[in-house]
Design a protein around this ligand. Structure first.
Ligand code: FAD
Length: 451
């Protein structure tokens, strides 16, 4: 059995590694760096910069911790080196894991050249690979509309942002989804003035309004300008500034503009027609619950599959594919349930969710029990001088089974793991209540919310 993987991001590397562990011969084709966009441009650099901004914001609150004034000064060059060293180290670790599993790594661009055949254009020339199973895991790239003259200098995409060449004096962020609000948080923590263009009436339009309100309050406290109900339709550069034109005639001016309006799948160069693989009208490759495309031995995973665009989901798809390729559909094989994926927004306060959302339950007319505890009642939150936010747990009133939860507050992205485990394992609220947790910790609020 030979398994050929195109793309070395979270989906591709996890599938390759796990399949090799299960005894499959694997070749991985990657045109850029191992670790993918996730490690090079997206998840890791963004969170590294947010961590630096968080450290600065924490020092700004030093008085609350009983300290005299402490003021941090950003060192752009050190920040750049720090991000490069994290991404390099992660890439090297992943490469070492691939090597330890005897996975053949081909540097070059891969494309289909028949139903079982992949052509890799390597620096040494083309290499043809025959695969019994093939995984397409080529990820996605930022969407750039016609009206956005991206120059990587003053008009940026997320790929120019972590870090940018210079810290913007006044940044206009276009797009108020997860990436947009993280960018606002990051740049305002680092000292930039920020304007956010919000196409609807709330940031994070798909989120619980209560959660979005906490974030908007924080943005306004920091002096972020929210331009609501405005859709950007043009960007003009003039001297050392930019002007973003909106459909209602308003203009947002700043020193830089940054686009965060979604992504497009990397599909065009895969020659999928040679293998008969279908794509949908947006270019994503539809898959079934085993991540098989319409051609059963060809799989697709990660952002290319058009499911939840999260690194964690991409890795789990990769793992499930490896299992399916190596051992088929066994009794122990559990299908991926995308509704149970935890996700987080690394703002301040952090926002994390898993499972059933309150609004969706109401929309479905489903009976639920919602319990909520504010962090203001938590000893740990007071000790850390950050009592913002709350824990909300959603359960089945008849059985007590945990169906979902939302956490807004410090370390929400870590704390949600407990609720995610409960949702995946079908635990009851009682199981959380009766866990003897450490005191004083933020996780105690989980037990109280589950009560
Ligand atoms: C700004 C930003 C922040 C994010 N933060 C988070 C986060 O905090 N947490 C989270 O879970 N998700 C986050 N995401 C989403 C996450 O980055 C993606 O969901 C994830 O990268 C998808 O993994 P993937 O394996 O599908 O693709 P990628 O990580 O994009 O990897 C695909 C790989 O395929 C390679 N490739 C493409 N075409 C070819 C070809 N023809 N031949 C060979 N190689 C090819 C590319 O070079 C790349 O290395 C973020 C996204 C963005 C934009």
């Amino acid at each position: 059995m030979h398994f050929v993987v195109i793309g070395g991001g979270p989906a591709g590397t996890e599938a390759a590694t796990y399949a090799a562990r299960l005894g499959v011969e694997v070749t991985l084709v990657e045109r850029d760096v191992i670790g993918g966009a996730a490690d090079l441009w997206d998840c890791i650099p963004s969170k590294a910069m947010i961590a630096t901004g968080g450290a600065m914001a924490f020092l700004d609150r030093s008085a609350g911790m009983g300290l005299g004034p402490v003021r941090a000064v950003l060192d752009q060059e050190r920040l750049r080196r720090r991000i490069a060293s994290i991404t390099t180290r992660l890439g090297q670790t992943t490469e070492a894991i691939l090597a330890s599993q005897d996975i053949r790594l081909l540097r070059g661009e891969g494309r289909m050249s028949g139903p079982h055949s992949v052509l890799a254009e390597t620096p040494e020339g083309p290499v043809r690979l025959e695969g019994d199973a093939i995984l397409l895991a080529t990820g996605s790239r930022p969407r750039i509309p016609d009206w956005a003259p991206i120059d990587g200098d003053r008009v940026l995409t997320t790929r120019d942002a972590y870090p940018p060449k210079v810290l913007p004096r006044h940044l206009v962020v276009i797009g108020s989804g997860v990436t947009g609000v993280e960018l606002v948080h990051m740049f305002s923590s680092l000292g930039s003035e920020v304007t956010l263009i919000v196409s609807r009436q709330q940031v994070l339009p798909r989120k619980d309004p209560e959660v979005a309100a906490v974030l908007e309050e924080d943005f306004l406290r920091r002096g972020v300008r929210l331009m609501k109900g405005a859709r950007a339709v043009g960007i003009e550069r003039s001297g050392d500034g930019v002007s973003v034109r909106c459909d209602d005639g308003r203009v947002a001016s700043g020193s830089h503009a940054l686009l965060a309006i979604g992504s497009l799948p990397n599909v065009e160069r895969l020659a999928l027609d040679t293998a008969g693989v279908e794509v949908d009208e947006h270019g994503y490759v539809p898959v079934n619950h085993h991540c098989q495309t319409n051609v059963p031995h060809i799989y697709a995973a990660g952002d290319l599959s058009g499911k939840l665009p999260l690194s964690s989901v991409a890795s789990m798809q990769g793992r499930k594919i490896a299992e399916h390729v190596a051992i088929g559909h066994t009794v122990s094989h559990r299908h991926l349930n995308y509704d149970k994926a935890a996700s987080a927004i690394f703002t301040e306060p952090e926002i994390a969710d898993v499972g059933l959302a309150e609004a969706d339950a109401f929309a479905e007319g489903r009976k639920i029990r919602v319990t909520k505890v504010p962090f203001a009642a938590s000893a740990r939150a007071l000790i850390d001088d950050d009592p913002r936010g709350f824990v909300k747990i959603i359960s089945d009133p008849a059985t007590g089974v945990v169906l979902g939860g939302s956490i807004v507050g410090r370390h929400a992205a870590e704390l949600i793991s407990v609720v995610a485990l409960a949702v995946t394992a079908g635990l009851r609220v009682q199981d959380i209540v009766e866990s003897m947790l450490v005191h004083p910790t933020l996780s105690e609020a989980l037990a109280e919310a589950a009560e």
